[in-house]
Design a protein around this ligand. Structure first.
Ligand SMILES: O=P(O)(O)OC[C@H]1O[C@H](OP(=O)(O)OP(=O)(O)O)[C@H](O)[C@@H]1O
Ligand SMILES: Nc1nc2[nH]cnc2c(=O)[nH]1
Length: 191
């Protein structure tokens, strides 16, 4: 089965993937729109895009190319999920930023907002460094029935179902980040 049959760009589906949630074409449209929104809002402000490694590295690479105003990028690595599919409840800084945040217009680029634990933690941490502003650009937000996310991103790429998704930077046990689409794994992969 192909993950993206539009415009003849068929990608062979990984054998561990049960279904595709976002095709490559969906992703291109989402990121282009987010880049346009950010370019409009940040004209003349040179925002610092803070990438949350590792998951957001692919999204950030695409988003930066979709932002048409001057901007900078820096990287932070935090970990909340270890190697599993459930938040451990503990967010660990694995790598801090090299860039000074004070007085900057910060945009945190995240691949997925699920419990919001990672972002809430990061926003508090960066707020303490006295930026001029902090906004969040979340490529995807998980729709969880009866649950409001702890953080409201200024820029939302799309909503994904309440299932563990992989691809486009998102992993399961460090695998599948390289899938060019977002999908759901077959249940047997977890056993
Ligand atoms: O909203 P939350 O419930 O906090 O979940 C979102 C975070 O979980 C994943 O990171 P993970 O800790 O798995 O690390 P990774 O980015 O290195 O894959 C994902 O990349 C987000 O950063
Ligand atoms: N890979 C992956 N990481 C997550 N972190 C929080 N939710 C998810 C998810 O659905 N997939």
């Amino acid at each position: 089965m192909a993950a993206d049959t539009a415009k003849g760009t068929a990608t062979q589906l990984h054998p561990d993937v049960e279904s595709v949630v976002l095709s490559e074409e969906d992703i291109r449209g989402i990121v282009t729109r987010m880049g346009d929104e950010i370019s409009r809002d940040y004209a003349g402000r040179n925002p610092l895009v803070v990438t949350v490694l590792r998951g957001a590295f692919i999204f950030t690479a695409d988003l930066l190319r979709a932002i048409k105003v001057p901007c900078e990028v820096d990287f932070m690595a935090v970990s909340s999920y270890g190697n599993g599919v459930k938040s451990s409840g503990v967010v660990r800084i694995v790598k801090d930023l090299d860039t000074k945040v004070q007085g900057r217009d910060v945009i945190i680029a995240e691949d997925i907002l699920d419990s919001g634990l990672t972002l809430s933690y990061l926003i508090k941490l960066l707020q303490a460094r006295q930026p001029n502003s902090i906004e969040v650009a979340a490529f995807s937000v998980k729709d969880i029935e009866g649950k409001q996310p702890a953080v409201e991103p200024r820029y939302v790429g799309c909503h994904v179902p309440d299932a563990f998704v992989v691809g486009y930077g998102l992993d399961f046990a460090e695998r599948y980040r390289n899938l060019p689409y977002v999908g759901i794994l077959k249940p047997e992969v977890y056993s």
